[in-house]
Design a binder for this molecule. Sequence first.
Ligand SMILES: [Zn+2]
Ligand SMILES: [Zn+2]
Length: 341
Amino acid sequence: MRALERKDCCQEAQYTQVRETNSETERKVKKLWEIWPARNRFMWDGRWICGPADDLGAQLIVLALFVFGGGVYITFLIKHFLEGGLIFMPIITIILFFLSIVAYLIVHVTDPGIVPRKNFLLDDQLIKRKGVNLSYLTDPNYELPVHIADTIDPEEGINTSPSKHGHRDYCSTCQIYRPPRTSHCSRCDNCIEVLDHHCPFVGNCIGKRNYKYFIAFVMLASALAFMLIVQLICVAAEDTPANETSKSDSSEDSGSNGNGQLILIIFGIACMIVGILLACFICFHFWLINKGKTTREYLKKKFVDEAWGKEQFDKWTEFTPSYVDYTQEIPKRSWYYQRIL
Ligand SMILES: [Zn+2]
Ligand SMILES: [Zn+2]
């Protein structure tokens, strides 16, 4: 009996030791996303990266629009088309609705093209994107290729290269010499390759890696808004005063119809505003794509030479790998860990 108790005690002590060893290991190793020195939020153990928490208010507006739109459509609109035989209208609307949400989520969680900081770049073990000459980012004496260094703006006649006045574009926060067309996003606190703008409504920067998904989202959302407007017009034409008289005229029905009509009017106004804004926005971006410029470059009147990556706007299907694998483990004793804390 005593022997058995002793055995149990020994096993319990062993388990405790294993648990302590595991927790000690946990303390000694962290995932990169847990110690990333910027304002990003991460999900799914570092696989998804978003902008800062400040954006949540703007994202709630988008969420409210989706929920309100979906609720009104299912409650008041869809039955008109299911009963009327125009079933293709709800099918297209529902497909657009779900594709918009999917595109929104992809833009929201995709790395927009974050260029890592100096301490990260100096640790060879951490760089994921192989085959890219990263010495450009940290070496002040790195010689730029001639076609990048000596570009003359044909309209202005001045040198508008990244080596402005003999000095390359340097980010004092990230301590790197930025690649062409890279800017520091003050909201996320990262340098982003081909930064278009920071969008609080999608909760992320719009840059080299998620620009095409952003354009897809705006196109789908504006198509959805106009699809809803078309259906509202159909329902309004169906509910003309002449048609109304043929329907039931009980006081309860007319009261609920009045509330329903008020909600549909508010919904219609919201769809018109969102649809027109998104249509203007997408036209502006198509114009920018044609020019090969980002919003930021347009506003700052920056000249963009094709050698700096203008052609990337044509490569819609090309996937640019991220510089950083945020899921990788960083031992506390590592060179990088010691320098960022
Ligand atoms: Zn920076
Ligand atoms: Zn940002």
